[in-house]
Ligand binder design. Sequence first.
Ligand SMILES: [Zn+2]
Length: 335
Amino acid sequence: MSPLSSLDRELLSVNDQNRISDIQRSVVSLLSESISSCPLCESTRHSEYETLEHYGIRLTYLVCGNCGLVYQSPRIPETRVPEFYESQYRHLYLGQAAPCEQELQVQRKRASHLVDFLVKNKCIPTYHLDIGCGSGALLQATHSRFNCRVVGIELDEAHRAYAIENGLQVYHSLEAWRSNEIGLVDLVSLSHVLEHLTDPVTYLIRIRKDILGRDGYLLVEVPNLYFHPSLELAHTFALSLTTLRNVLHKAGFELVHHKSHSVPRSRLLPLYITVIAWPGEDTMQYPIKKDRYSRHRRKLGRRLISIEASVRRLWAAARRRYTRALAKLPIRLKL
Ligand SMILES: [Zn+2]
């Protein structure tokens, strides 16, 4: 085990410095890139949004003074991102590399909801590319519902292997995918992926210009900054509907449908944002709309989530007491 660098010590809380695992230690050493200007509008005006600890690692998020984008700084640089996702991400988050049943259930519920959203908005694909496909639940769901061709991109070896074992065509990267099929794809999905990218605008421009057909569409789902905890190690950005729309516009996409919801969780409040966007013309210029009062909205949203959780706990306790009381009644009174 190598000694902690000065940067490591700054990023770790004192209590955690003694009990940090090998994985945490290696992740901390990756957080080496400070961001001096907004990744969306390039403004150098920013202020601290939140500082927190995630898996014992201190994270800082900044908010752009011009457009309101919330972004992580310092963060893992682009060149080290594959290393993080290939060997550390799922070990740290899930404690293991291979997909577990709980994760698979979440992915299946999420996939079913995304397919329903496509159907409702009359987006019926013939060829679906899912970037960050995980175990392949969304690809299986679209293939099953639309009988379309499907292909996935997944960095994580264990999840890629699981998807391939289940009959799916999944590649390590876009580069590894057969380039002669580029242009045929009419649905590209990024479900809980965009917030992980270091340069989402450039990535989306590449999808629009090089991968998606002119009549294709983009399906994106992200955590909702106003309600979801959202600020965590793997999230380079934390997006609201306004800043997500700005990112899509900057990349030349037009947001045509959106929905805020809590699926797959059984919450009432909108933890996630799902959107469908279409590629616009190269010459189109969309204005950037400032995300105002972001801190206040997040504070209110997180407070409402907390209240909702308390009400749920009280309701569950009341039901348990009622059930116990009912069980103690004589049979004839129950009838
Ligand atoms: Zn900005």
